[in-house]
Design a protein around this ligand. Sequence first.
Ligand SMILES: [Zn+2]
Ligand SMILES: [Zn+2]
Length: 334
Amino acid sequence: MYKTWVAKAPKAPMVLEAVDPGPLGAEDVEILVEHCGLCHSDLSVLNNDWGISQYPAVLGHEVIGRITALGPNTKGLKAGQRVGVGWYSGSDMHCRQCMSGNQHLCPSAQATIIGHRGGFASHVRSHWPWAIPLPEKLKFAEAGPLLCGGITVFNPLVMYASPTNRVGIIGIGGLGHMALKFAAAYGCDVTAFTSSASKFDEARSFGAQHVVSSKDTTAIQKLNSSFDLVISTVNVKLNWDAIINTLAPNGRLHIVGAVLEPIPVSAFALIMQQRRVSGSPTGSPVDIAKMLDFAARHNIDPQTEHCPMSKINEAFARLESGKARYRIVLDADF
Ligand SMILES: [Zn+2]
Ligand SMILES: [Zn+2]
């Protein structure tokens, strides 16, 4: 039997329940959970903000743990190995996206916390390609948030930035603080945008060379035509016109924050300077492995607050209050 923290309905507090997981799939591994990061998406799925949640729900998709059992058709993994599991924990491995290395774009990719039991539990299961071995040097207790938040902000840098670029990061929270660390280690000239003056110094400590208030329209206007890449991590409405105007010719606004209101874009702002607006979800298993190697090599750890998993409901409340600095990690205590 697995012990799981279960939400029975939207916004319901999670309760501890034992569940029978049934037989382990031939291509699946079983992982004993040690730590699991708490991501804003866990809250969105708990509250059914996106209308795709399934209940009962076991949340948690930034899992760190050790492999305790392997199905007969798994490959390249062994019992006792420490691995991480992120937003996805399975894909069909035969569709065009999977065969071209974009398993995170697989139309039948299995989200770890939708119709599947996530990592706020004693054990989690994953399709073997999605259980990513951790580099030795990585501080594993802090590594959970890299599996979802980390890869989400690392992938746009790999896809679109070069070390000579000027890069802006909007929102200094769970995602944004990791984006600053990655972009600085990548070699970019990094500007942080935050609505909170109390985060200016910390943004610099994460690697920002410049910090701008996202509420200061005059300061933003002074940055017109400067950035090669702006990554937005926020889930609130911004002055999008002003942000798009900070893009240099050929610049790109890249969205990773799940803002629910549409983003209005003026055709002329794009056409005249050949700008782009784009978005991306997490990344493939190989992208995640590359990101973990990069993080280990550059000593990049998310800044975390640890909390025992038994305090899961308090942890969700703290995340919702916006007080977490910057990512909460729940330590398994079953
Ligand atoms: Zn596929
Ligand atoms: Zn997430």
